[in-house]
Design a protein around this ligand. Sequence first.
Ligand code: PGA
Length: 253
Amino acid sequence: MVAKTIVVANWKMNPGSFREAKKLFDAEKKAAEKARGVSVIVAPPAIFLRELSQSYRGSKVAFAVQNAHFGAGGAYTGEISLAQTKDARARYVIVGHAERRAEGETDDDTRKKVAAALALKMTPILCVGESSRTGGGEQFNVVREQLRVGLADVAASALGRVLIVYEPLWTIGAKTTMNPREMHQMAIFMRKCVVDSHGEGGRSLKILYGGSVDEKNAGAMLRDGDVRGFLVGRASVNALEFGKLLEAIERAQ
Ligand code: PGA
C-alpha cells in the first residue's frame, strides 16, 4: 500500500469566531473526503478543538493542537496541558513551530513536549528549520541541533510515531517557497542525522515540508522534494484554496 500524503492544516490564530471555524472545517472535511490518498490533520485554535471534534464522526480528518504544555498540571497560568488537548480529541501536537520558537520556545522545551506527547500516545509534529540563510550552510548545523535535542528522549522504537517538519522561517508566509531539490538535499541530511543518533530507523523518518505551500508548488515538492506531506498555513484557512491544494496533491501522487 502506498503511504498517504499527510496534510497538516495549521490555522494559526484564525478564524475570528467559532461560527467561521465550523464553516471552514465543514468545507475542509468535504475536500478531505473527496481527495484520495491524502490524510488531513486539522490544527484549529485550541478553543475550537473540542466542539469541532465533537461535531465530527468521520475518519478522514484527525485533529491536532498547535501547542500545549508538557506538564501534567499545576501553576501554569494560561497554559493548556497535552492531556487536556487529548481529552478534547487532539491526536497530534505541533511542537517547536518557528512562530513559537520566536516567542521563546527552546530546543529543550521541544524535547519535553515530544516525550510527553509520546507518553500520552499522541503524535508529535516536530518542526525544525533555520530562521535565515547566509550562504555558509549554517542551516545544516541549526537543523542537526534541533533534531538532536528535540528527539533526545525518543527511543529508537518510537521514531515511527514522530512526524518531522522542515519549515525554514524565511519561507513561512513568504512569496516563494523552497526549491524541491534543496528540500531533497535537506531530507537526506535530516535522515543521516537521525540515523547517527537513533540507528537505522532514521532512514524511514517521516518528513513533511512547510512554508508557503499552495496548489501551484505542492506537486513539484511532492515529486522531487523527498517529503511525505505538508504543513500548510495560509492555504489552509481559505476553503477554496485548500480544496485546490488537495486536488493538486492527488494529481501529483
Ligand atoms: P504558510 O505557513 O503556509 O502561510 O507559509 C506555514 C506554517 O507556518 O505552518
